[in-house]
Design a protein. Structure first.
Length: 94
């Protein structure tokens, strides 16, 4: 899906209020999925779970195909699962 003006404007709105705004961005982009990265992912998700804009963030990540990092409390693999599920639901509906 293309990045539209509506998505961009929504992006500006939620990022202004996001709990991660004052957090080191590297927390949300761990290297790997084992060892220290597991703790880092859990720490990033904790910030997300305390954020009132979590759903907006996750939807932005899904809409703009963010394939790395933690967005809206979802890891890379969790977002892949959501995308596959949504794709399957769209195919069943058509």
């Amino acid at each position: 899906m293309a990045l539209t003006a509506d998505v961009f404007l929504t992006t500006i709105d939620w990022r202004t209020d996001a709990a991660c705004r004052d957090t080191d961005p590297s927390l949300f982009f761990p290297i790997g999925t084992t060892g220290h990265a597991i703790e880092q992912i859990a720490d990033a998700k904790q910030v997300c779970f305390e954020c009132a804009r979590r759903d907006d963030c996750l939807e932005f990540a899904l809409t703009t195909n963010q394939d790395t990092g933690v967005w809206g409390g979802a890891s890379e693999e969790e977002r892949r699962i959501i995308r596959r599920r949504r794709r399957a639901e769209r195919q069943r509906a058509s």
